[in-house]
Design a protein around this ligand. Sequence first.
Ligand code: FES
Length: 126
Amino acid sequence: MALYSEKVMDHFMNPRNVGVIEDADGVGEVGNAKCGDIMKMYLKIDDDIITDVKFETFGCASAIASSSMATELIKGKPVEDAMELTNKAVAEALDGLPDYKMHCSVLAEEAIQSALEDYRNKKEQA
Ligand code: FES
């Protein structure tokens, strides 16, 4: 069996939603101290709907594929749905990741949660 599913390869080679949102409503950055990979997520939110999402990932193929898939899973969805997104759901949507690469999908979950937290904090301060 190939190490990576076709979906992982597709999202790694042609990642969706790469980039920066300058006037983002929520930004989250997380890293994994062991491998040194870093992921940054930007969210644009209107009326509690995620209207746009972009990411920058400095990391392995699985981290890039996970961020790309995670953005696709939450784009256009209510904030509540995004809050429930788990790394398992991201990995499943990619048709699986090798066990030792599951932590890469955790980074995507954490980056989104961190961006949502930033959004909530900003909202409270407004
Ligand atoms: Fe660290 Fe993939 S090896 S995120």
